[in-house]
Design a protein around this ligand. Structure first.
Ligand SMILES: [Zn+2]
Length: 219
């Protein structure tokens, strides 16, 4: 597979993502799991066999240029702007209650949530057009824009990964980065370093850098 050069040489992503060019590039801890099946399907066109019970949850952005390569009867899909699950913990809990033990947390390049400031006025105008009062529309968008806006896709993926590790300690979470142009998964370099340093299992406890008050923000 040729590298997606425009992506991997982009200043924001260069050195920060690693290609998964062959099945043996998939981290050992994901072998023989539904996460491996997801990656094999997306990067190597291997067919996923549907199951009687749900195997996986996939959390990702609402981005229309990415659709997970998944059959019916395999995975739950949670889609939120920027891939933030804040406010969707209930949905994720439901999937766990149905037997899911693996979550793929998928970020992507060129995310619209890195440019929320550019869209704010248009969104306010949209709400007004939909019949909202101007003040209420402005308040709503300014509150939620700060909640959903992300400065950098990979940092945000890392923060959300660490937050969810604290919140769901038994859930195996795979942070993945999808290239929109190639529709292939990459591995965030920060996660690769965690694997090498043996830090993945430390992220559930008191050594996590996530502050307690940031674990379950209600807004
Ligand atoms: Zn996005």
């Amino acid at each position: 597979m040729k590298d997606d050069l425009r992506l991997t040489r982009h200043p924001r992503y260069e050195g920060n993502i690693m290609p998964i060019e062959k099945p043996s590039d998939i981290p050992e801890r994901w072998r023989n799991t539904p996460i491996e099946e997801l990656i094999l399907s997306q990067n190597f066109e291997k067919e996923i066999i549907p199951q009687e019970s749900p195997q996986l949850s996939v959390a990702t952005c609402i981005e229309f240029r990415y659709q997970p390569r998944l059959p019916s009867s395999f995975a739950y899909i949670l889609r939120r702007a920027g891939g933030h699950l804040i406010g969707s913990e209930f949905s994720l809990t439901y999937t766990l209650a149905k037997g899911v033990r693996h979550l793929a947390l998928v970020g992507h390049n060129d995310c619209g949530m890195t440019k929320v400031a550019d869209h704010k006025q248009k969104m306010i105008d949209t709400l007004i057009e939909q019949g909202w009062y101007k003040d209420r529309a402005e308040d709503y968008i300014s509150i939620y824009a700060s909640r959903y806006a992300i400065p950098d896709e990979l940092d945000t993926l890392q923060r959300e990964y660490l937050r969810l590790r604290r919140l769901f300690k038994k859930l195996e979470i795979a942070p993945l980065f999808i290239s929109l142009a190639k529709s292939k998964f990459y591995l965030p370099t920060w996660y690769f370093r965690m694997l090498i340093n043996g830090d993945v299992d430390k992220a559930v406890g008191s050594e996590s850098p996530v502050r307690d008050e940031d674990i379950l923000p209600l807004i």
